[in-house]
Design a protein around this ligand. Structure first.
Ligand SMILES: Cc1ncc(COP(=O)(O)O)c(C=O)c1O
Length: 396
């Protein structure tokens, strides 16, 4: 039976580094739940984390129930009932368009927690500066729906707003953040300088826990921002908390040859369990449990040895790793191994704790649609309505 295996010590190592970055820079470090929301592993993160970034009501509830601390919410659009409940638990609520803010402005500002200053409201802006290389992950692509472009804020009524937020990076360094911040400042610096502004959120995408990340440069940028603007500064990385902390363990179900290719069918699917492998697309690092192997996946069980798979043809036996599904393209990739694979062999797909688990369950905590049946007489009824409990239950 396939499983995701997550290492608490590896999570704590990342968390301590992020915490240290927060302490040195004076910025508050949130965990973006969209990347990692396995609550049973939160004990390794909780002592080192200032709170969570939530993509909507489900993730905000999860943050309140399982992490505590600050809750910053951003969704491209809120439903009224969702926002009502968010007003009870969130500390920052960021809006993606002026029409949404205007529609809910009165309701938000009249809430007792807003009157007491316990929940603040902000706008996500688009600095219109791309640093990414993959359009699907770039909120600054032409035609992006994420973030308000500069010209729309020129004459807008910003009363009642206390924060600005941007998120544009993906797996990037301090250098890309610095150039993005300069673009932000050019377009929106005057708004951040307004005396009513209380917070500034620089989103996620910061690869802070990678060994080559230029932490010093990040810390000086954050100190510069805090010295220039009278606002609390937030970062909300996701991947950086959970990178190199977990693997997906799979089993070979069958091995056969067809039309000149050697196939190994696993008990996991790129489409159902690792959609980024197809969407991005990317090639995960793969290991096989193999006596005498010297490979080191993110999680190693004491006493077990792993051999890292190579490029096709690099080692003696090349296989196309495929899924037990009907989709012809549900293939993880072509990998070579030192010995033939057999049914029952254990295959390790490396670095699958962040994003992969949530994509297997409820990406962004977006509620799943109900299932309704239409009868011949025109009547319809809902047979299954998935709830918050289903979401929480599936995250472990
Ligand atoms: C608004 C927002 N904040 C934070 C994140 C977390 O980004 P990452 O996991 O790349 O650090 C994302 C990711 O898409 C995001 O959309």
């Amino acid at each position: 039976m396939a499983d995701f295996l997550i290492s608490l010590p590896a999570l704590e190592k990342n968390a301590r580094l992020l915490h240290d970055t927060g302490v040195r820079s004076g910025a508050r470090m949130l965990l973006a739940l969209k990347a990692f929301s396995t609550t049973s592993a939160f004990e390794a993160i909780r002592p080192w984390c200032d709170g969570c970034c939530a993509s909507g009501l489900y993730e905000a509830r999860l943050a309140a129930r399982h992490m505590g601390g600050h809750i910053a919410v951003f969704s491209p659009a809120y439903q009224e009932a969702e926002l009502q409940e968010l007003l009870d638990i969130a500390h920052h609520i960021d809006f993606n368009s002026i029409p949404q803010w205007m529609r809910y402005r009165e309701m938000c500002l009249a809430h007792p927690r807003a009157i007491r200053g316990e929940v603040l409201f902000g706008l996500r802006v688009n600095p219109c500066h791309s640093t990414g290389h993959t359009a699907i992950y770039d909120p600054c692509v032409p035609g992006s729906r994420l973030g308000i472009p500069p010209e729309q804020l020129k004459d807008a009524d910003l009363s009642g707003l206390s924060g600005l937020h941007f998120h544009t990076l993906c797996e990037q360094g301090a250098e890309e953040l610095i150039e993005t911040f300069r673009a932000f400042e050019q377009h929106f610096g005057h708004l951040l300088a307004a005396p009513t502004m209380r917070y500034f959120n620089l989103g996620g995408g910061h690869w802070i826990t990678k060994p080559f990340y230029h932490r010093k440069a990040l810390i000086s940028l954050l100190q510069e921002i805090r010295g220039t603007y009278d606002v609390e500064v937030f970062l909300e990385p996701g991947e950086a908390w959970a990178i190199h902390t977990g693997v997906l363990r799979a089993t070979v179900l069958d091995v056969f040859e067809s039309l000149g290719y050697h196939h190994a069918i696993l008990d996991v699917s790129a489409s159902a369990h690792m959609p980024d492998v197809l969407e991005m697309p990317y090639r995960p690092d793969v290991y096989v449990l193999h006596p005498g192997g010297t490979g080191t996946p993110a999680v190693c069980i004491p006493g077990e040895q792993y051999h890292q798979a190579g490029e096709p043809g690099e080692q003696a036996h090349t296989y196309r790793l495929g899924a037990p599904t009907c989709l012809a393209g549900d293939v993880i990739g072509d990998f070579s191994f030192p010995a033939p694979l057999h049914p029952g062999d254990t295959i390790i797909l490396d670095d699958m704790a962040h994003y992969t688990i949530v994509k297997t369950t409820h990406f962004n905590g977006v509620p799943h649609p109900s299932i309704s049946i239409l009868h011949a007489d025109g009547s319809q009824h809902t047979v299954r309505q998935l709830q918050y409990a289903d979401f929480e239950h599936r995250l472990g």
